[in-house]
Design a protein around this ligand. Structure first.
Ligand code: GLN
Length: 483
């Protein structure tokens, strides 16, 4: 039962082959049995899950239908869930029970999805390895000595290990696409503004975007359908109609113009990944796509720009966690300054503290022009590169990551080494564009992802290309041994 995709579950439920309650029990037992190896969950919500599953079964018995009605999922632990701990992977929020549901959570619940729990993540979504969580590192089901990617590593490891078919995640600089690549999943970061950020604890507000992590493009289409849409509670949400993502999955790729940026194949890319990307290009050519070499000349500046802008926004967003209004409070403070200092010093881990310091420095009066303003100018150049490229091509294709998943601990002493691994993903966040990662093969038994980028609001195109690719390849069907 645990091998089923969301689409298969929807068919099984519609055909009354099993009930949502039965499926939910099977998956909860599987999580209890197998998750100790992975640490992919921070909280399990068994009671809520069974209640939601029974309600979904009752709705179906009353004649209701819908692809998410009775479908088991989990939420990354930065989506607020009413009455349930929402920790953001931090000691700071270990005792925080959200007083309301995030829009994404509420929308999925209304569609009938069943919440099995809250997944582990890098603390405040800062990281690429899921090692900065206060609840401990998450392991990659493909090799338990390797990282699953981050910051949505809990969602990715859980779905990859078939503990559940799909989960929500967020992507500020790659945190949906990179863990998807590291665990053989399909993950989609929507256009900025497509999915509401209301109730999603902010890391860098101008970059954060929620999206689906699942095994197939078909399942990402189903989950995104339930997540996307205008929300008046989020001032950056965009009032654009949500297309039927499943309906466009079978559009032909004949004549599709795919741009391959020459900058992507530089020295930093593992040559074995480069070969797999070439194979995926050939596969898409067989389906009728036309390949064109393009250039994204400002890509080299994107990492430094991102690692100024994201920490700058984080330093501002995280100022609310002061032990007074929100978050962990230290014992016996001597005075107010001592309370702030010790509460924040105890509540935040080292990576979060590093980012707050970098961000506060970049925003300080003396350095604002030299760092923050300059980074914003680079951001515009990165966006302009994409706009020029999309005059010539429909989709941009390349690797999701320069290397496969590294060993746990391998980059702990060198944060910049981890930042450099984000080279292919962060440009889409700087420009606000949608991006998808899908399975493209293996290197030393570890999964490799290919990334597709599209113009604003063309999530349907990304899912269409990925679905056609998946109809003709079987990488996405491979299962990690032991799960
Ligand atoms: N690795 C990037 C960072 O640490 C991206 C994280 C994310 O997308 N949330 O900032």
């Amino acid at each position: 039962m645990h091998q089923m995709t969301l689409a298969e579950i929807a068919r099984g439920l519609a055909d009354k082959k099993f009930s949502s309650e039965e499926l939910t029990k099977v998956l909860l037992a599987r999580i209890t049995q197998l998750d100790p190896q992975l640490n992919s969950f921070i909280s399990l919500t068994e009671e809520l899950a069974l209640e939601q599953a029974k309600a979904a079964d009752a709705r179906r018995a009353n004649g209701e239908s819908g692809a998410l009605l009775g479908a088991p999922i989990a939420h990354k632990d930065l989506f607020c869930t009413q009455g349930i701990r929402t920790s953001c992977g931090s000691k700071m929020l270990d005792n925080f029970k959200a007083p309301y549901d995030a829009t994404v959570v509420a929308k999925l619940a209304a569609a009938g999805a069943v919440t099995l729990g809250k997944t582990n993540m890098d603390e405040f979504a800062m990281g690429s390895a899921n090692e900065s969580s206060w609840y401990g590192a998450v392991k990659n089901p493909w090799n338990l000595e390797h990282v699953p990617g981050g910051s949505s590593g809990g969602s990715a490891a859980a779905v990859a290990a078939r503990l559940l078919p799909a989960a929500t995640a967020t992507d500020t600089g790659g945190s949906i696409r990179q863990p998807a690549a590291f665990t053989n999943l399909t993950g989609l970061k929507p256009t900025y503004g497509r999915v509401s950020r209301w109730g999603m604890i902010a890391y860098a507000s101008s970059l954060d975007q929620g999206g689906p992590l699942a095994r197939t493009a078909e399942d990402c289409a189903i989950l995104l359908q339930g997540m996307a849409g205008f929300d008046q509670n989020d001032s950056t949400s965009i009032d654009e109609p949500v297309p039927d993502y499943s309906a466009s999955l079978n559009t032909s790729l004949q004549g599709l113009r795919i741009g391959v940026p020459k900058e992507y194949f530089s020295a930093g890319l593992d040559p074995r990944i480069a070969d797999l990307i070439q194979n995926s290009i050939k596969e898409l050519q067989k389906l009728g796509a036309v390949i064109k070499e393009i250039s994204l000349p400002n890509m080299q500046h994107a990492i430094p720009a991102y690692y100024v802008i994201a920490p700058a926004e984080a330093s501002s967003n995280l100022s609310r966690f002061d032990g007074v209004r929100f978050g962990h409070r230290c014992e016996n403070p001597e005075n107010l300054i001592d309370l702030y200092k010790r509460s924040r010093g105890e509540g935040f881990g080292p990576e979060v503290q590093r980012r707050i310091m970098v961000g506060a420095y970049a925003l300080s009066a003396g350095y604002y022009d030299a760092y923050y303003l300059k980074a914003q100018k680079i951001r515009r150049l990165v966006k302009n590169d994409f706009m020029a490229a999309f005059n010539e091509v429909d989709i941009i294709l390349g690797p999701t990551t320069p290397n496969p998943a590294w060993k746990l601990g391998a980059k702990n002493s060198d944060p910049v080494a981890a930042y450099l691994e984000d080279v292919y993903t962060i440009t889409a966040n700087l420009a606000g564009l949608p991006g998808l990662s899908m399975p493209a093969g293996f290197v030393d038994g570890l999964p490799v992802g290919v990334q597709l980028l599209a113009p604003y609001f063309q999530e349907g195109r990304l899912l269409n290309v990925a679905h056609q690719y998946q109809l003709n390849t079987d990488w996405h069907t491979r299962t990690p041994t032991g799960f």
